[in-house]
Design a protein around this ligand. Sequence first.
Ligand SMILES: Nc1nc2c(ncn2[C@@H]2O[C@H](COP(=O)(O)OP(=O)(O)OP(=O)(O)O)[C@@H](O)[C@H]2O)c(=O)[nH]1
Ligand SMILES: [Mg+2]
Length: 459
Amino acid sequence: MTFSSDTIAAVATPPGIGGIGVLRVSGENAFQVVSPFFFQKRDAQKAVDLEKELKARQVVHGYIKDPIHAKIVDEVLLIKMPAPNSYTCENIVEIQAHGSSMGLYGILELLLSNGCRLAEAGEFTKRAFLNGRIDLSQAEAVQELISAQTMESAALASSQMVGVLSDQIRSLRQTLLSLCAKMEAEIDFPEDVAEKEETDSHILQAVERKIQELLTAYEEAKSWRQEFQIALVGAPNVGKSSLLNALLKTQKAIVTDIPGTTRDAIEGNIWMQGTPMTIVDTAGIRTTKDVIEGLGIAKTMDVIEKSDLVLFVTDVDPVKEKTKEIHDLFSKTMKEKFWVQNKSDLLESSSIKKTSASFLISAKTGEGLSQLQKKIAAIREKRFSTVRPSMAPGLRHKALLEDANERFKAARHQLQENIPRDVVLLDLRLGMESIDRILGLSYDADLLNEIFSQFCIGK
Ligand SMILES: Nc1nc2c(ncn2[C@@H]2O[C@H](COP(=O)(O)OP(=O)(O)OP(=O)(O)O)[C@@H](O)[C@H]2O)c(=O)[nH]1
Ligand SMILES: [Mg+2]
């Protein structure tokens, strides 16, 4: 079964250098598109007819040759997957080549010259959806899995991808379909009705409870889906950029002894205790007439807003120690926060001693950095140590579930007030439509474009 008649091709692996790179061709003519270029022996004169000569789903070694120039483009492994047993439910050819962009795009060019077109973003997955292999929530999960920033969000995405969410939505849908059928029968044959609206209300109540459960799972999962962001904030010259560099183990930010060096937010990613996190170095806070520095300081406030944890960095030098501005900012920051006193290596010569509220480190010598990482990881763990849902709806599903729940609540109230069944059915059907949109049983082109345009080409 094929929905689209044209054949598409794309490089499925990200650009750049890699051990291998994969090309994917999908569509009715996938085998014919690739055939003229695939040779099983290096010096073979005749190309392989993929349709007739290759077995399905077997990995075959060979060469991609440019027949016009009689040149080998790459040595590859090729797999033929006939419809409907493939990712898209169409004929698919996957070519595993070497991971050089030049080589991969050389092969792609040959394919594009032979009756296929470049795939649009997400088009392979879109075809899998349109051909009925997966539903819309599963298709969305593919993208969520690819772009997952945390282990937990990857786990949520993969459970959604294999249909755990869909099963629950389908079971809700089944209950509602039966309820609608029963009510329709009651309208047509009122005298045959044995059970009264009380049962119908109970069914709706159970549906609402289930939807509420899903909405709660969405809220619980929200924090698991996001990467944990840490902001480094403080007065100029206390060593925020040095701390960023020390944590990232690279010279990402410029460090000088001139106050006001950093004028923009600088972001770096790091794994701490097995969790990916984002650290943002910010412009040092002080009163300044410099326009650019002022803009940087304004940006610092934005970064604080978007962060989960704020480290207020200070210096062991009494002059640079907590200024009033920093103190005020600390008090009014409603985020998880703590003081980090930097330059512990200067402590001996400094008149100030570590304050008990501060975490003492040295970005220069690395002292205290591993304890700091442990503390950060513990804060993240504590914050997210609520229920770790095994399945949760996404933002689009949440909005649809809320719509549906409103309709079902309205329907239940109408039942209790003995409003005619055909009016109740109207609300029930509208609610069902929202449920159907989660699975993509009902959709419009705009929705599909919105979802699949977020995908990468080749997926
Ligand atoms: N001795 C010592 N010096 C440090 C340490 N950390 C940073 N410094 C020095 O302090 C100065 C300022 O460091 P930066 O990292 O640029 O400070 P910053 O807080 O990013 O400053 P702004 O970007 O101006 O806000 C530089 O001369 C660093 O070498 C440390 O742990 N020990
Ligand atoms: Mg700096």
